[in-house]
Each structure stands twice: as structure tokens, then as C-alpha cells.
Ligand binder design. Structure first.
Ligand code: SAM
Ligand code: SF4
Length: 330
């Protein structure tokens, strides 16, 4: 699949649920209303849709959410997608998780063919972790992370960088990741969805963080790239990678290779734009066959926009995009 700007679409993010067992302050409001379960695609429908995307050239699928591991029976989807890994099919199946359910599922993920996961962890301080997630217990996430390591999964920690919240912890996070053999990616907060907090207060440009980190660490340029928005460096002292996702200060859209599918079958061609295609209606229309489904996907890709235009508007403090990250899948 090649979009109108010549970008090859080979990466699909699938949000398998909009629900979550945490309420990270930058991601969700405390009193989130979740979708009625009846609107969700079944796991079989999600698998069929993923199969159609793979048939059209998608090589990598990342399951996300919400929290993907809180969806009931999600491991059956993981197994079915894992069975699609092979030379003619999927090259890689990955997962982004908050880690709370990982201790239970780490071995199953590895057995299904998952080899890498991203785990979100914004702070190593239990009290701060609790405040950031509104009620999370850091021990559960840490247990999950170490169970995943023991199961043989490569781990990348994702931390959202927030001014005055965790900006004093990046050195500690880098050292901790180095000690345990994890990569680390720092993410700028993105203006997605109403969260009942002021985003202009949280925003911390990673250009500034990088300058500060250079006082302690030797950051070496690498040409490692995933086709995603992160720019990676290697930390000489730990030998681990450090990624920076900077949607606000750096526009990475020109190399974008991805589209995002929600748990209701809506396909978003860009995280930062409203345009979408309703694949659920097509999937459930008995008059549409496999070729029709593929044609609908191709028609949607043909509408992929050139890029997004995120701004944190200081006057209105309204999000650039009304839907939360947990809907589109981070
Ligand atoms: N629940 C899983 C987790 O937390 O890893 C997967 C979904 S979560 C929406 C995916 C990633 O998006 C997390 O790393 C989270 O920190 C990040 N995220 C959520 N809201 C964000 C926002 N407004 N700006 C930047 N990153 C955000
Ligand atoms: Fe849940 Fe992940 Fe959003 Fe946190 S970032 S509230 S863990 S979906």
C-alpha cells in the first residue's frame, strides 16, 4: 500500500480496547466514559481485519489501547496474530502495555511469537507513580516488567516527559534501564482529548531535556530507525538506546509508515487528524467479500493526509484533537 505522498504503509497499530485499569493524568480524565461493549469489534473480527491488512502488505502490528491486556481473552487474538507471523505474512507482532497484567501474560506473549514489548513507566517513585496514574501500584508494573524480561521479551520503557512532574528523574530512569538491559523512550505530551488538567503546564520540550542529559551522559547519534516517530541515540555509558518522540517540536510525518485501527473498526490514517474510515460497517455487510474489504482499506489509505498540526493552544487550552490517545491507540 502506497499513500498519495509515496509512503509505504507497512505498520498497523490496533487499539483492542479503549478501557484501562489506570487513569494516567495526561491520557484520561478520572471519570472517563468508555464505549459500550456492543460497539466493539469481536476478537475474531479484529483478527480478520488484521489479516486483510497483512494481505495488503502490513508487516508489523502493534497491539495497544487503552490497556490491551485488560480486554477479556485478548490472548486468543495474540495467538491468532502470532500464527500469521512468517515469511509471506507478518514480520513482527508487538504490544504496548502499562504492565499491570504482564506478570500473568508474559510467557504466553512469548509463546505466541511476541519478542519485543513497550511498557509505560513515567516514574520509579511509588508515590509519584500512584499520583500520575491516579491509583496505580508500581509493584504490579515492576513485577510485570521483570516477568517479561524473564520470559525473554526485549523491553522498551516509555516515559512521558512532564514539566515539574518527572523531569528530575530521567537520569535515574536511564541508569535503571541500563542496569536491567532496557531501552528507554521519552515522549512529549500531545494535546489529545480532554483530561481535566492544563496541558500548557505539563509541556516539556525534549530539546531541553536532551541538552540537560548531555551534562551527564554521552549521547551518540545512531542511524537506528523504526519508521516511527522516535529518533534514537545510544547512551555510551549504558550501551542502551534512548529514543525521543517529539511531535510538538519536530514534524516526523514525512516518513510515516503507519495507520491506526480502533476497537470499533475505525481506521485513522493520522493520529493528529479527524478523517477516518468505518471498516466495521464494511466488515459486517454480508454483501462485501474479502476483495471488497481490501478495496475499502485501499481507498482509506489513498486519503492519508500529509501530516498533523499539533499545537497546545495557550488561549483556549483545547486539545488539538478531541479523541483521547486511548481511543486511537498510542
Ligand atoms: N495502556 C498502554 C500503555 O500505557 O502503555 C497502551 C496505551 S497508551 C495510550 C500508549 C502510550 O501513549 C503510553 O506510553 C502513554 O504514556 C502515551 N500517551 C498517552 N496519552 C498521551 C499524551 N497525551 N501525550 C503523549 N503520550 C501519551
Ligand atoms: Fe491507561 Fe496507558 Fe492511558 Fe495510562 S497511558 S491511562 S495506562 S491507556
Amino acid at each position: 500500500m502506497i499513500d498519495p505522498f509515496g509512503r509505504r504503509i507497512s505498520y498497523l497499530r490496533v487499539s483492542v480496547t479503549d478501557r484501562c485499569d489506570l487513569r494516567c493524568v495526561y491520557c484520561m480524565a478520572e471519570d472517563m466514559t468508555f464505549l459500550p461493549k456492543a460497539q466493539l469489534l469481536t476478537l475474531e473480527e479484529l483478527d480478520r481485519l488484521c489479516g486483510a491488512f497483512i494481505g495488503l502488505g502490513v508487516e508489523r502490528i502493534r497491539l495497544t489501547g487503552g490497556e490491551p491486556l485488560v480486554r477479556r481473552d485478548v490472548m486468543s487474538l495474540v495467538k491468532n496474530l502470532g500464527a500469521r507471523i512468517g515469511p509471506q505474512g507478518l514480520r513482527e507482532l508487538t504490544l504496548t502495555t502499562n504492565g499491570t497484567q504482564l506478570a500473568k501474560h508474559a510467557e504466553g506473549l512469548h509463546a505466541a511469537g511476541v519478542r519485543r514489548i513497550n511498557v509505560s513507566l513515567d516514574s520509579l517513585d511509588p508515590g509519584r507513580f500512584k499520583a500520575l496514574t491516579r491509583w496505580g501500584d508500581i509493584e504490579k508494573t515492576l513485577d510485570g516488567i521483570f516477568a517479561a524480561k524473564a520470559a525473554g521479551l526485549a523491553i522498551k520503557i516509555n516515559a512521558v516527559a512532564m514539566k515539574g512532574v518527572n523531569e528530575d528523574e530521567f537520569d535515574r530512569l536511564i541508569a535503571w534501564c541500563g542496569e536491567h538491559g532496557f531501552d528507554l523512550t521519552l515522549i512529549e505530551t500531545m494535546p489529545l482529548g480532554e483530561i481535566n488538567e492544563d496541558r500548557t503546564d505539563q509541556y516539556l520540550p525534549l530539546s531541553l531535556v536532551r541538552r540537560r542529559l548531555r551534562e551527564t551522559w554521552t549521547l551518540e547519534e545512531t542511524d537506528y530507525a523504526t519508521g516511527g516517530p522516535a529518533r534514537y541515540m545510544t547512551i555510551r555509558e549504558t550501551g542502551r538506546r534512548l529514543g525521543f518522540i517529539t511531535p510538538m517540536t519536530h514534524n516526523f510525518c514525512e516518513s510515516c509508515n503507519r495507520v491506526r485501527l480502533t476497537c470499533t473498526g475505525t481506521l485513522y490514517m493520522c493520529l493528529g487528524q479527524e478523517d477516518a474510515a468505518d471498516l466495521r460497517a464494511i466488515l459486517r455487510d454480508p454483501s462485501v467479500d474479502e476483495a471488497g474489504l481490501r478495496a475499502a482499506i485501499e481507498a482509506a489509505i489513498a486519503r492519508k493526509p500529509k501530516g498533523h498540526d499539533f499545537v497546545i493552544d495557550r488561549r483556549s487550552n483545547r486539545p488539538a484533537v478531541a479523541r483521547h490517545m486511548s481511543v486511537t491507540g498510542g
